[in-house]
Design a protein around this ligand. Sequence first.
Ligand SMILES: Cc1cc2nc3c(=O)[nH]c(=O)nc-3n(C[C@H](O)[C@H](O)[C@H](O)COP(=O)(O)OP(=O)(O)OC[C@H]3O[C@@H](n4cnc5c(N)ncnc54)[C@H](O)[C@@H]3O)c2cc1C
Length: 496
Amino acid sequence: MKNDKRTAVVIGAGLGGIALSARLAKQGYAVTVIEKNAEPGGRTGRLICDGHRFDTGPTLFLMPEVFSATYKDLGYRMEEHLDLIRIDPTYQIRFADGIELTLTGDVNRMQTQLEAVEPGSFTGYLGYLNEGHRHYKVSLDKFVGRNFFSLADYFSPANLPLIFQLKALMKHYDNIGRYFKDPHLKAAFTFQNMYLGLSPYDAPATYSLLQYTELADGVWFPKGGMYQIITSLTRIAQDLGVQFLYNQPVEKINVQGSRATGVRLGDGKVINADLIIANADLPYVYQYLLPEEPTAQDLQKKKYTCSAITFYWGVDRIYEQLGMHNVFLAGDYRQSFDRIFNDFTLPDEPSFYVHAPARVDSAAAPAGQDTLMVLVPVGHLDSNGTQDWTALKDRARTTVFKRLAEIGVMGLAEHIKFEVAYTPEHWRGLYNLEKGSAFGLSHNFAQVGYLRPKNRHGRYENLYFTGASTHPGTGLPMVLLSARLTAERIIKENQN
Ligand SMILES: Cc1cc2nc3c(=O)[nH]c(=O)nc-3n(C[C@H](O)[C@H](O)[C@H](O)COP(=O)(O)OP(=O)(O)OC[C@H]3O[C@@H](n4cnc5c(N)ncnc54)[C@H](O)[C@@H]3O)c2cc1C
């Protein structure tokens, strides 16, 4: 019997590639996902070592409604696949001068803490949340949750006022001054821009939506770790008929005229398909997988998000001082961002984040022991610079030990059983991330919405993109939206 299903090849089994492949399979496509690594997930990775389980990338599960919509669209219920635990307090923030703040959805507790730092600031907090709520709802409906097909559409009379309403042209750090005067509070409600790999001195004020969603909709964690998202969606994709090939790097996308015809693998094998969708980082795809074209060079000149030095430590004891999410902010907040985004290095006084998953999920570490993931934001790879990542990694580790000792975490170095560490070079090598940038292309005004690289190639009409460096952007919820938007576009443009 003739198999007349349309065929699609997806390059990369990151969250974007998995979600998109499942959506296409549900629409009747025969989909093959080709992944260079041995397992799916990409940046949403995992590491299991000596009874310790680490999520190597994302640890914050935000915007559950976006995840839930993906499972529902595929015909499943999220609750049957993810056992979500709400994390409250969301984080413990420690400033270099010893001040501490516990961010929580408990309004009374927030009031007491905020008023102690800056009298009258609770009113500012409520105003800030109100603005974040507006930004979140309007963005989801009108900007990040839809495709833009022309500049006229993006800057249409209906959309233009929204750009001002969402404060897309205002810097987040300038905007926070309307709500708080105290520098601790300004930092406590802007550092979250680092989740998008952005400096709050550069990020549009629109991103107050993140703080809103954390405090109002909550920060969550799937029992078993963030990798459960990957395991469950991969299984669903397979149930819908998607084939996954692992350890198979794609070396080239073959093209002819205005079409992509297939992909060539590392072993020389060619797989042809009606549609090609690249989930691998978009600038890398233009640079290495496609025939030379000026867009590849233009993409190199764009702004990129930061990178990260990450440590994964198996520890032979538990330090009660650490909660699930711990944020340590630099004394010189401004300078720490300048060093990352202007000098592409490790700040002199770095901020960092420590994740201790065993606080809510005991299976993440052997009994009486601990699993710690530390993320230190740093500049991305800079071809003009002389970045010594071994030395910078050592300095990052020393700073982490010093700041942790200040809150009573003593002798940590002696209690680390093993260490795995990634630098920007690892991020580049592991997932082909251009410049080792952990979150992909940046999200300044000139690189979002219609101005962000499109989810279909300009010349090859059957070559599409999904993932962090295309519209709408980085972070798991955005990548799930990207998968939906690209799938919708494919279905619409390939109906006949
Ligand atoms: C350290 C870190 C912390 C983060 N924390 C959070 C967080 O707490 N919350 C959150 O929501 N987001 C977080 N993020 C962001 C989030 O991880 C990403 O936005 C998201 O995982 C990107 O998914 P993706 O599908 O776009 O790309 P990727 O995950 O990069 O997937 C692309 C896939 O393509 C594969 N590939 C590349 N080249 C080829 C090739 N030639 N052939 C075959 N396969 C190829 C790669 O191996 C990879 O599997 C974090 C990211 C990092 C790095």
